[in-house]
Design a binder for this molecule. Structure first.
Ligand SMILES: *Cc1c(COP(=O)(O)O)cnc(C)c1O
Length: 432
């Protein structure tokens, strides 16, 4: 009945996640509170791995894009599930290292990795560096040479595919800060440069066309473009590209109207395109990498808030104010993103109201959602915002000096803290 499988209603008419009563969670740990279901995370990981096994003979790797939700416990779970890990900063590498994540299964992305970050990646033995531009290629060669190491790299390519999604999360088109362009010859130039270098070994190509994408077609198109380029590289330089990283970006259900394609369907269709293109072009089938972030963490999480004041402005709207907001979930402020709202204590009731959920920050744009349909709602109620497992905690801030909420993991009816709630002392930790 809800958008995520891990959610249900118990005999008290309370919302449950992973079999745990959300009203009890709010009482025990306080609000605002992020709650994640471990079972759902593991299930999502397995589903992606299974799709590569079923449709591509297991010749691939699923790397979890840790920017969606990065913390030590998440890294441990993902490592246990046999996935790789996308990291985009020294901080994400450090988190994973501290969790014992094998460095050789890490892929280091980013359009402007600093020399310090590159040094750290070399030192920890990160498995692949996804090189974004020629400046970075030169820097990496110099630093790898000085460290007497050889690093395996992929090039980030702009395949020129326009995914139909919000412009802030669209990344595959020419006008993008990410990657090397195909049309201008920039990408081929980079390949030829890399071939001359001693301390970098070009093993693959990468593309990532955007996020929250619902159609399979742009992914098929991107795969085709990338394989054509692999064939062109072979022809012009004799070099065999062994790895093809097709990125992430699979859309999830935030509201019932969202209709993401089943992920299995994605791999089935993309594998078909890869196999056919390889046959047509006379090239070997590459090892495939896919990088889901949102689709692994997003549906597994919810955020619990307590309702403070309710302001009914006749003929305008009803503002329901909560004890969190853009500091724990900036996605409405960034993208006008939509969410589903449930009154945790009346979860099974019909939705009879439309309200605007407002945060407590000093910004009019500090909303979680406009015109959200909900059950009857009163001051003091606990409400749940669904599918907040990705890009919520990881995007949280201390604006207005608001401490970040705790993250609780539930599993088989039990709950545990995986990230502590920030204290007031934490807020001044670095103040002099
Ligand atoms: C953000 C990102 C992803 C994950 O995107 P989702 O939409 O969360 O699946 C994968 N790869 C790269 C390079 C990214 O930047």
């Amino acid at each position: 009945m809800f958008i995520s499988e891990c959610l249900s209603v118990n005999d008290k008419n309370h919302l449950t996640i992973g079999g745990v009563d959300t009203i009890e969670l709010a009482e025990k740990y306080g609000t605002p509170l992020y709650v994640m279901d471990e079972g759902q995370i593991r299930k999502n990981c397995r589903m992606f791995r299974h799709s590569i096994d079923s449709y591509y003979g297991g010749k691939g790797l699923v790397t979890y894009a840790s920017k969606a939700f990065s913390c030590k416990e998440m890294c441990r779970i993902v490592a246990e599930e046999g996935l790789g890990l996308d990291v985009v900063s020294a901080g994400e590498i450090y988190t994973a290292v501290q969790a014992g994540f094998p460095a050789d299964r890490m892929f280091f992305h980013g359009n402007n990795k600093t020399p310090q970050e590159i040094a750290y990646a070399l030192e920890t033995g990160v498995g692949r560096i996804v090189v974004d531009n020629l400046t970075e290629l030169e820097l990496l060669e110099k630093m790898a040479c000085a460290a007497e190491k050889t690093v395996k790299i992929l090039f980030r390519i702009k395949p020129g595919v326009d995914a139909h999604t919000h412009s802030f999360v669209r990344t595959g088109q020419i006008d993008s800060k990410f990657g090397l362009a195909l049309e201008t010859g920039e990408a081929m130039e980079a390949v030829k440069q890399a071939a001359k270098l001693k301390n970098v070994e070009l093993v693959g190509l990468h593309c990532h066309i955007g996020s929250q994408i619902f159609d399979i077609e742009p992914f098929e198109h991107a795969a085709e473009v990338m394989l054509n380029f692999i064939a062109q590289i072979k022809e012009e330089t004799g070099l065999t590209i062994q790895e093809l990283d097709l990125g992430g970006g699979f859309g999830i259900k935030y509201v019932p109207e969202n209709d993401p394609v089943p992920y299995d369907g994605y791999m089935e269709r993309v594998s078909e395109v890869v196999k056919k293109s390889c046959q047509k072009l006379g090239i070997e089938q590459p090892f495939i990498i896919i990088e889901p972030g949102r689709s692994i963490a997003g549906p597994a999480g919810i955020t619990l808030y307590k309702v403070g004041s309710i302001k009914n402005i006749p003929n305008v709207r009803t503002y329901v104010a909560i004890d969190g907001g853009m500091t724990d979930n900036p996605r409405y402020a960034l993208y006008q993103s939509e969410y589903e709202l449930v009154v945790a204590g009346r979860a099974g009731d019909a939705r009879t109201q439309s309200i605007t959920l407002a945060g407590k920050c000093c910004e009019s744009g500090d909303l979680i959602g406009k015109d959200m349909s909900t059950q009857e709602i009163q001051e003091g109620d606990i409400v749940a915002v669904l599918a907040t497992g990705a890009y919520n905690y990881s995007m949280a801030s201390n604006y207005n000096r608001i401490p970040r909420p705790a993250v609780v993991m539930v599993k088989d009816g039990a709950s545990r803290i995986i990230i502590k709630r920030e204290s007031l002392e934490d807020l001044i930790r670095n103040d002099i």
